[in-house]
Design a binder for this molecule. Structure first.
Ligand code: EPS
Length: 408
């Protein structure tokens, strides 16, 4: 029902996105989009490019008087760096002085790109496969975020580890054990806290250790990856389905996070841990909480049978180290087919904090997709009516269908 496309090369004129399918009357401003774009640019260990750019989206269509029109929304993010690349990235004639890149960086999309697209210059691979494209995604997904906020659905994230440095007090336990005030929990507060740290962690000692490790990586011309959590609160029970593989919320969420550059693993709830323990230690006991049904714990990460349970959605992902190394490793020069030390290219040393922000955006998009699939609507008001009717009858339905004799 909703979709977006992005276009743009990292060192081209601009990035653009077209977003289609959102109902009318969703509040949306350029400031709101730019706020999230700015968050994507932050984090200790980013490269020089982030000093050049101040990513801002210009709304070209689909928004009037700070509300969506229901028409396609198009956004433009200009690349300030373009002025330094006009010769190299021109859509016009090639200047014979522009050198071809012939040495692929291990771990990047350079070699697979030239092989698949029959390029004679690795620059063609580099520029579209660059994580710069995620700026357009964050802009596009801001529409989904703003839409979800109308339903009290919030998404937040924090970094769990960088370079193998974890906190001694893992916050994820609080989430899995439901040690939060579920009624009032707002996942955005996780981001608000995380954003106070240069590496988006909650633990000051861990932050210090991580920064030291990033400094070491920089000194050695090396890079680091890490893990992060993305959490959504306020998601009603009943999004997704077990009826078919591509209707499962967990499957689609994994796909959207896996689509982010350098993400190599995604886990829902206590994922890999649950593979090591007894069922009795893994599953969440069902309890009555007031007039609703809930779970004692949330190891399932808010999804059972591909359907949201009404508890926070908890997703964890791993990002591999950035592939561009300032002390490069071995590769092959495609011009000579001889072994050679790979080439340098300006890049980040660490981008895990930014990756978590991008993952928030992608999670928001996927949840918005499922919400709209379930509740439909051409205007925000229509979607809200459908949503409210459903939510009001949600738990009454179980009681009625099973003739529950409720002991007060
Ligand atoms: C990025 C822009 C890029 C890189 C980084 C992310 O800018 P440039 O290539 O001009 O330095 O800093 O891209 C990668 C890490 C990558 O591997 O492609 C951005 O806007 O996020």
């Amino acid at each position: 029902m909703i979709r977006f496309l992005t276009a743009g090369e990292s060192h081209g004129k601009a990035l653009t996105t077209i977003i289609e399918g959102f109902p009318s009357n969703v509040p949306l401003t350029e400031e709101y989009i730019n706020f999230h774009l700015k968050r994507r640019q932050m984090g200790y260990g980013r490269g020089h490019r982030m000093k050049i750019e101040t990513d801002t989206a210009e709304a070209l269509s689909g928004i009037r008087f700070e509300k969506t029109l229901g028409s396609p929304i198009s956004l433009l993010i200009k690349n300030k760096d373009w002025e330094n690349w006009t010769e190299i990235m021109t859509s016009g004639k090639k200047n014979s002085e522009v050198e071809k890149i012939t040495v692929p960086r291990p771990g990047h999309a350079d070699l697979v790109g030239v092989t698949k697209y029959n390029y004679d210059d690795i620059r063609n691979s580099i520029d579209r496969s660059s994580a710069r494209e995620t700026a357009a995604r964050v802009a596009a997904c801001s529409v989904a975020r703003s839409f979800l906020e109308q339903f009290n659905i919030f998404v937040g994230s924090y970094v769990e580890s960088i370079g193998g440095i974890y906190s001694k007090v893992p916050y994820s336990e609080t989430l899995f054990n439901n040690e939060i005030d579920l009624e009032n929990f707002n996942a955005w507060t996780l981001s608000q806290d995380a954003d106070k740290s240069e590496v988006r962690v909650f633990d000051k000692d861990q932050e210090d250790e991580i920064i030291k490790k990033i400094q070491l990586a920089k000194k050695n011309g090396d890079t680091l990856g890490g893990t992060f959590f993305v959490v959504a609160s306020g998601v009603p029970a009943g999004l997704g389905s077990f009826m078919h593989y591509d209707r499962k919320l967990n499957a689609e969420l994994s796909k959207s996070i896996m689509s982010i550059n350098a993400v190599k693993a995604v886990e829902i709830g206590s994922g890999f841990f649950s593979a090591d323990v007894f069922g009795s230690e893994s599953h969440d006991e069902i309890i009555r909480s007031g007039n609703t049904l809930s779970r004692k714990t949330n190891r399932a990460g808010g999804i059972e049978g591909g359907i949201s349970t009404g508890l926070p959605i908890i997703l964890r992902a791993a990002m591999k180290p950035i592939a561009t190394l300032m002390s490069p490793i071995e590769s092959i020069d495609l011009k000579t087919m001889e072994s050679i030390i790979s080439r340098r290219e300006r890049s980040d040393f660490v981008a895990v904090p930014a990756c978590a922000v991008i993952a928030e955006s992608m999670m928001a998009w996927t949840i918005a997709e499922f919400l709209l699939e379930k509740f439909g609507g051409d205007s925000l008001e229509e979607t809200k009516n459908n949503y409210t009717t459903y939510c009001n009858s949600l738990f009454g339905r179980v009681e009625n269908n099973f003739n529950a004799a409720i002991k007060q």
